[in-house]
Write a protein that binds this ligand. Structure first.
Ligand SMILES: Cc1cc2nc3c(=O)[nH]c(=O)nc-3n(C[C@H](O)[C@H](O)[C@H](O)COP(=O)(O)OP(=O)(O)OC[C@H]3O[C@@H](n4cnc5c(N)ncnc54)[C@H](O)[C@@H]3O)c2cc1C
Length: 383
């Protein structure tokens, strides 16, 4: 990855957002986490007005340079570095991902009613039912120009904040269909969901009970592939901000050990402390390298599965928790106190294990992929 580009994106992101993050997002982070209070949607709109999405969205949705995956990943990473509330970049990347998907599907007509005079349409992804996608409950029936939707999606980030949800419901033939529901549609209800991490992301359960909407809300009749394309396209962006946060944590630890003395010696001068700090540093840089590799390989080919994106999600998911735990070791009692963000980050990072796709399932997919890649090159015994 080009270091100049990393620096330029960081400087540009600071210019656009530093003030908003420093004065509006970071100051309330601990209180929102304690109260599980959702971030105000207005913060997302304000960030959009400051140009946050300038390289995340196509130019006809947002003025800017259009979608530039490497830049967008670096923006998210830098937001994670600056922002102590990881729910903010979680909602940011999700919103950008669903808008981009609808744009790719040439369904900007669905964005317009949510734009209200140029505002950013805030759209979530309502997929999970905690059962296999082949066995999703609910129904979608068609009567003339209207469809009636019944569904229950168990865990949706931004459910209590966002305006609409891309959701996936079996039709009369049992085929999963992608459909857009507005939170204000008749029969749609949102129930808060208590979670342990990303607590200001407004998690909730989204339900639709006999919700009748025009049939042009159907986005794709192959909902399984549609959802997979979103999950695949967003896997690397999901872990970009946590990667930035890991770097911020490592740097905060370096400052702490340089400023703290035990036995008249700065902690930073003890080899065991240096070793732990070095391990953190190496871990963070390994995650960054893996993320950058995924961003550089990011295709706009609409693929169902991109191994390097999942390797990035997997690698950051594996290491983020250990970096937070190392920070607690290095900061002693201070890291254990409620005033430290350590525990919050530990809980946030735990969401990377299941989020998107559980780590173990990613391992299986990667193992199968490697076998399939290698097999054609093998010769039969005796050949
Ligand atoms: C931070 C966060 C944000 C999220 N945001 C959203 C959102 O916005 N919208 C949304 O719809 N969902 C969201 N989710 C839900 C998330 O996508 C699911 O939790 C995830 O897909 C895992 O599904 P599950 O909970 O049913 O896990 P399970 O499928 O129950 O997995 C549990 C364990 O079983 C193993 N396992 C499961 N199936 C298999 C298999 N076939 N073969 C081998 N092992 C298996 C897994 O590897 C794992 O170890 C979010 C979750 C988190 C943590």
């Amino acid at each position: 990855m080009n270091r100049e580009l990393i620096g330029a994106v960081a400087a540009d992101t600071d210019r656009r957002l530093h003030r908003l993050l420093d004065t509006r997002v970071n100051p309330g982070a601990a209180a929102r986490d304690a109260a599980a209070a959702p971030l105000p949607a207005e913060l997302l709109h304000e960030a959009a007005r400051h140009g946050l999405f300038h390289c995340a969205l196509p130019t006809d949705v947002c003025t800017g340079r259009g979608f530039a995956p490497v830049r967008w990943g670096l923006v998210l990473e830098h937001i994670g570095y600056r922002c102590t509330d990881l729910s903010f970049p979680l909602l940011v990347y999700l919103t950008a991902g669903t808008i981009r998907r609808l744009h790719h599907d040439q369904r900007t007509d669905l964005l317009e009613p949510l734009s209200d005079g140029g505002r950013l349409p805030l759209i979530g992804f309502a997929y999970t039912e905690q059962r296999d996608p082949f066995d999703f409950r609910g129904s979608l029936t068609r009567h003339g120009d209207t469809i009636t939707v019944t569904t229950e999606k168990s865990i949706v980030a931004g459910a209590r904040i966002l305006d609409a949800f891309l959701t996936y419901v079996p039709d009369a033939q049992g085929r999963l269909t992608a459909v857009l529901l507005h939170r204000t549609d008749p029969g749609v209800s949102i129930a808060p969901l208590a979670v342990s991490g990303f607590r200001s992301a407004g998690f909730g359960t989204v339900r639709a009970a006999d919700t009748a909407v025009p049939c042009d809300r159907i986005v794709d009749t192959d909902g399984l592939a549609h959802a997979q394309r979103i999950l695949n396209a967003e896997a690397a962006f999901f872990v970009a901000a946590p990667t930035g946060r890991m770097r911020a944590i490592a740097e905060a630890c370096a400052m702490h050990v340089a400023a703290t003395e035990r036995h008249d010696t700065p902690l930073a001068d003890y080899p065991n402390v240096q070793s732990l700090l070095g391990r953190m540093h190496a871990t963070v840089e390994s995650c960054r390298a893996t993320l950058y590799q995924a961003l550089e390989a990011y295709g706009e080919d609409d693929s169902l599965w991109s191994p390097l994106s999942w390797i990035a999600k997997y690698t950051v998911g594996q290491h983020a928790l250990s970096v937070a735990a190392m920070a607690q070791r290095l900061t002693g009692t201070q890291g254990f106190l409620d005033t430290s963000p350590c525990a919050r980050h530990l809980r946030d990072f735990s969401g990377l294990l299941a989020g998107g796709n559980p780590q173990e399932k990613v391992e299986i997919d990667l193992g199968v992929h490697l076998t399939q890649t290698i097999r054609p090159t093998l010769r039969a015994p005796g050949e």
